[in-house]
Ligand binder design. Structure first.
Ligand code: IMP
Length: 198
């Protein structure tokens, strides 16, 4: 069956296509000729993911899922959270966002934080939510050159290297997004009404 991933991020599409079996074909927004940016203006990850999934479903009538991720820092009351992509401002870079995070946390002794991904799925007229989290801490200086976003300052609990210092294959074993994706895949492969009896 065909399923739309409401994203233009080719890396994310490849990642999930690799994990699914041959019963599903994943289409990105580009495959459907949807080129506009879907607004992400809600105040929670859940609402943003649901909004994106509904937007594409209403446009295409196809089954669709969408994701939204945030970094939730305890000492900052859960910020930057849903605003993680534009923490330092609308047109700012990953580097600017890290700069602001380290500044805001300068005096914080509680360094705990977590990444949280929410996936909203619309399948056969019903809506479903899946969540993946990884707990960890924010260090005081950047380390590593891999990954993206806040990876250079995030160390997962139980590790001694930042997400920017470990290979992607290792990050994919424990990351928030990979966990949420695996829950979605498990559901699609086993639990959903369309695959019942398979
Ligand atoms: P998105 O919802 O996947 O676009 O993620 C929103 C923002 O969260 C990104 O722009 C990054 O700043 C941050 N983010 C999401 N996933 C990761 C990750 O795996 N590592 C570091 N930062 C991330």
């Amino acid at each position: 069956m065909e399923l739309v991933f409401a994203t233009n991020n080719k890396h994310k599409i490849r990642e999930i296509s690799d994990l699914l079996d041959g019963n599903f074909r994943i289409l990105g927004l580009a495959d459907l000729g949807i080129t506009e940016d879907i607004p992400e203006e809600a105040e929670t990850l859940e609402e943003n993911a649901v909004f994106k999934a509904r937007y594409v479903h209403e446009k295409t009538g196809l089954s669709v899922f969408a994701d939204d991720t945030g970094l939730e820092v305890t000492a900052l009351g859960g910020a930057p959270g849903v605003y993680s992509a534009r923490y330092a401002g609308e047109s700012k870079s990953f580097d600017d966002n890290i700069e602001k995070l380290l500044r805001e946390m300068q005096n914080a002794t509680d360094r705990s934080a977590r990444f949280r991904t929410v996936i909203a799925l619309i399948l056969d007229g019903s809506e479903y939510l899946f969540e993946g989290t990884v707990e960890g801490e924010i260090i005081r200086e950047r380390r590593g050159v891999g990954g993206f976003g806040y990876d250079p300052v995030f160390i997962a609990t139980g590790s001694d290297r930042t997400f920017a210092e470990i290979p992607l294959s290792e990050k994919n074993l424990i990351s928030h997004r990979a966990k949420a994706m695996r829950k979605l895949i498990e559901f699609l492969s086993r639990d959903n009404p369309l695959s019942a009896g398979k």
